[in-house]
Design a protein around this ligand. Sequence first.
Ligand SMILES: Nc1ncnc2c1ncn2[C@@H]1O[C@H](COP(=O)(O)OP(=O)(O)OP(=O)(O)O)[C@@H](O)[C@H]1O
Ligand SMILES: [Mg+2]
Length: 172
Amino acid sequence: MCSTLVYYSCSEEYTRFVGAALAGYLSGGDIILLQGELGAGKTTLIQGICKALEVRERVTSSSFVLLRLLNGRMPVYHFDLYRLSSVDELDSIGYEEFLFSNGISLIEWPEKIIAFAGDEWLSISLEYVDDSPDTRRITFLPQGERFVHIVEELETTTGGAAPGCNVPPVLE
Ligand SMILES: Nc1ncnc2c1ncn2[C@@H]1O[C@H](COP(=O)(O)OP(=O)(O)OP(=O)(O)O)[C@@H](O)[C@H]1O
Ligand SMILES: [Mg+2]
């Protein structure tokens, strides 16, 4: 059981659009893992999710804050674990209380805590493509039935709709 959805985003606006489209399916307790190199577009996609969830605060990419608590239609927890040195550091902010609560957790650089994320999460990886500075391949990899279903729905609703981008999403 594995549906992988791939987008080719040709602009930061399109990456935000992908995030906003996803947001429509999210509910409290969901865990979204965002993977990709520095500058790949993780925060940009999160901005799209947050805007659609009516978060008013500015969502930024500063990696000095491990966890930001945001408020939209529901609580949103923006983790940026780039500078995380040990899991103890996470324990000290009581991260589990947020991760397993009724808010949505959006986690940049999740590699170090992936083992704690349980068995239901959505991984989104962003990669640079060729030499094009504005193109990213965005791959959705769902874990657990709920996210498999969400990814299939997302493919249906966004299929072919690609403002500013010529390549529609592909469900593999
Ligand atoms: N198609 C695209 N999608 C997303 N961002 C893009 C795209 N094309 C160019 N960009 C640029 O890439 C940068 C992405 O920055 P962003 O902060 O979202 O990356 P990040 O993955 O969160 O990086 P970090 O690991 O430093 O937190 C922005 O400057 C944005 O304008
Ligand atoms: Mg970032």
